[in-house]
Design a binder for this molecule. Structure first.
Ligand SMILES: Cc1cn([C@H]2C[C@H](O)[C@@H](COP(=O)(O)OP(=O)(O)O[C@H]3O[C@@H](C)C(=O)[C@@H](O)[C@H]3O)O2)c(=O)[nH]c1=O
Length: 325
């Protein structure tokens, strides 16, 4: 298998090794250790495991896309064509990325056997170039109707040079999809590694209740929870990042300001109501400031305490961002 980096950091073309003999041929279509090793060598993050396989069949000149899923069900996709051929496109929608809004087009066909790895943070679409084009792909998260989002295939700001533009067959949803500029302002904060959300409050005359479910609200397996309270006036906390740990943070009472920084952009988010939550993924520098006296900050974490997972020095954090983000 040959792994080829592209102009969009993180997107990788994979060319399989095909063993042909009189019976036909054989190829490995996925090999996890090799996939992870190559991504690590390129300095790209190791994705979460694949949890869903999809298979679609399209008539000639069907265009599907541009699609992506928002957090907490953002998807990385490993795509390939097993019959016919398609012009496959990835668009970088990672806020703050040097190649934000840029696109990459690759022909995938049953004949060339090529695959494309499209990590989270990209929108994806393809144009079938032949009748009965079969598209097969693995995704790192399950389908979620609530999280799916389309961007218009013909957005002039992206300017994709589709090989055919007349007589296309496109779903109504895709034809009516908004422009990147309309979508991205409502996508996640920073590079997509921080998401803020408003939780549903269930209330009656007795008062209020908020329920958090793993999978629905907290998008990772919770291994640890801790809370911060009685913080003295003028004290700030945090000032570190994590290589891998994910956190889901809620302010149960009072308020505080969370400063988050992905190495490119900084943003402050106030947690000042119990129905506001933020999900912070890996490689985000965070600081907590302006604690009110009554602030109780509850943190759910994806792992047990591990000092080795901390980046406590900002220069080390920046180096890690350049290498892995
Ligand atoms: C994508 C998907 C759709 N569906 C359903 C929803 C709908 O009723 C029907 C058809 O859905 P769509 O029209 O969105 O299918 P389609 O246009 O083929 O969507 C796909 O497009 C390509 C470009 C991608 O990148 C994919 O991630 C996916 O978004 O299938 C699922 O049940 N599970 C899934 O994973």
């Amino acid at each position: 298998m040959k792994f080829i980096e592209t102009k969009l950091a993180g997107v990788v073309i994979i060319e399989p090794k095909v063993f042909a003999d009189d019976r036909g041929w054989f190829m490995e279509s996925f090999n996890e250790p090799l996939f992870h090793q190559q991504l690590a060598e390129f300095g790209h993050p190791i994705p979460r495991p694949f949890v869903q396989d999809n298979h679609s069949c399209s008539k000639k000149h069907v265009l599907r896309g541009l699609h992506f899923q928002r957090d907490p069900h953002a998807q990385g996709k490993l795509v390939r064509v097993t019959a016919g051929s398609a012009y496959d496109v990835a668009v970088d929608i990672r806020k703050g990325s040097e190649t934000f809004g840029q696109w990459l087009g690759v022909e995938l066909s049953a004949k060339n056997g090529r695959m494309l790895w499209i990590p989270e943070g990209f929108a994806h679409g393809f144009l079938a170039l032949e009748d009965n084009t079969e598209f097969l792909y693995k995704t790192t998260d399950i389908y979620s109707k609530a999280c799916e989002q389309s961007i218009n295939w013909n957005d002039p700001a992206i300017g994709i040079q589709w090989p055919v533009t007349e007589g296309l067959i496109i779903s109504q949803k895709d034809e009516e999809a908004p422009l990147l500029s309309q979508v991205v302002s409502s996508v996640s904060v920073l590079t997509g590694n921080v998401t803020s959300s408003e939780l549903q409050v269930i209330g009656d005359d007795r008062g209020s209740l908020i329920a958090l479910e793993q999978g629905r609200d907290i998008p990772f397996d919770v291994r640890r929870a801790y809370y911060i309270f009685n913080t003295k006036a003028g004290i700030s906390r945090g000032s570190h990042a994590h290589f891998r740990l994910e956190q889901y943070i809620i302010c149960l009472s009072g308020k505080c300001r969370i400063l988050i920084d992905d190495g490119v952009t900084q943003e402050s988010i106030w947690l000042d109501a119990p129905n506001k939550a933020i999900h912070i993924k890996k490689l985000i520098w965070r600081e907590m400031h302006d604690f009110s006296e009554d602030c109780v900050l509850l943190v759910f974490a994806s792992n047990h305490y591990d000092e080795g997972d901390y980046l406590r020095n900002y220069d080390d954090f920046m180096r890690a961002v350049k290498r892995y983000a």
